[in-house]
Design a protein around this ligand. Structure first.
Ligand code: GLA
Length: 371
């Protein structure tokens, strides 16, 4: 609230909202191939204070940067996602007047932890609060996707929005991207945590590499005559004689979606060692078959794996930079964080112990209903 008053002068009461970021456990780069994903919402996220605009201008302030515009359409600045959230809500029948927003994020931007989805979802919850609206979780996911994909123009899948909105309290979400259904998988360990290290290399989900992975994967699916990674078998890939690149992409999405299902089983059985092994295999597949890792990410993973008590490690998010997460015994977490930071090759690393956090439909159940 103070941030709004300081930036734009003190006026009427604001409302607040918080949306978490996410970490995938296993199931990366498969959402756009109708695969399976096991992910959590994390206890790092984006808090917003929002109030109605007194003069029809849209305003946003974050970390000392400010924008003020008459037009909420994307203009290539920090207001893009903040205002796209309101534009998307209008498409869901919510009457959204111009607004002013202050953001405070502890989830780093561009680090593979879904900060963009968290911004949009936090603004959606705050707008719903200020106008006295309510939407079902499913519509909030769709509105957040509309904002990111159709309005801002990022060609993402639906993983981040589902994780941010629908993650269960104290557990993971096993998401089936074929039909957007999900089940909750409780976090079974008291003494096993996720340790994250942001390598500091900026990734860009809107960038050419993400787009090309998506296009190559879609081409591979078409050539195999399937609509989902869940239908692909190793024999099919072999028999189809796909070009080298499409063959690799098909191998990644097929193996990764199978691993996500196995990872959920490992969690249900409380088998941290097995989950860790699947996470490390996921990293290798992202590195070798999907080709989205970097030297710094590979080095941080290798460093984590050398720490006794680390069950497995992998890059998280779109890749081409960003964050590594390791599944680790809690009393080895600081050693693992230090090893990853040291291993990531001279980048300015930050590290955290991440805990599963409830999604928006639990945190903002006054405005986001479970339907
Ligand atoms: C980004 C996208 C998601 C997903 C991941 C990779 O976070 O926004 O839709 O594709 O990359 O799993």
């Amino acid at each position: 609230m103070r941030a709004l008053d300081d930036a734009f002068g003190s006026r009427e009461e604001a409302v607040t909202a918080f949306a978490p970021g996410r970490s995938t456990l296993v199931g990366e780069h498969v959402d756009y191939a109708a695969g399976m994903v096991l992910c959590i919402a994390i206890d790092l996220g984006v808090a917003v204070a929002l109030r109605l605009s007194p003069d029809g201008m849209y305003r946003a302030v974050s970390a000392g940067q400010r924008v003020a515009r008459v037009n909420p359409a994307p203009a290539g600045d920090l207001g893009d996602r903040v205002f796209a959230a309101g534009l998307a809500l209008r498409r869901y029948g919510v009457d959204v007047p111009p607004y002013e927003v202050a953001l405070a994020a502890d989830v780093p931007a561009g680090a593979g932890l879904a900060s963009s989805a968290a911004v949009i979802c936090a603004v959606i919850a705050a707008v719903l609060r200020i106008v006295g609206g309510r939407l079902g979780a499913h519509d909030v996911v769709s509105a957040a996707l509309t904002a990111e994909r159709d309005i801002v123009g990022v060609p993402c899948g639906s993983l981040d929005q589902h994780a941010v909105v629908e993650s269960p309290e104290g557990g993971a979400l096993l998401l089936d991207c074929r039909n957007d259904s999900w089940t909750a998988v409780p976090w079974p360990w008291r003494d096993v945590v996720l340790c994250a290290c942001n390598t500091g290399e900026q990734h860009d989900v809107g960038g050419a590499e993400y787009r090309s992975r998506r296009a190559q994967t879609e081409l591979a699916l078409r050539e195999l005559g399937v609509t989902s990674a869940q239908e692909i078998t190793a024999e099919m890939i072999e028999a189809a004689g796909l070009p080298v690149v499409e063959g690799r992409r098909a191998r990644h999405v097929a193996s990764e979606t199978a691993r996500a299902v196995q990872a959920a089983r490992a969690m249900r059985e409380g088998d941290a060692h097995h989950l860790g092994r699947l996470m490390t295999e996921s990293h290798r597949s992202l590195r070798d078959d999907h080709e989205v890792s970097t030297q710094a990410l590979d080095a941080a993973v290798a460093a984590a794996l050398r720490v006794p008590g680390c069950h497995g490690a992998r890059m998280v998010g779109a890749g081409f930079g960003g964050t590594v997460v390791a599944l680790v015994e809690s009393d080895s977490a600081s050693e693992c964080a230090a090893a990853m930071s040291g291993g990531a090759g001279g980048h300015a690393c930050s590290s955290w112990v991440l805990r599963p956090c409830a999604g928006l439909m639990h945190l903002a159940s006054d405005v986001v209903t479970s339907g």
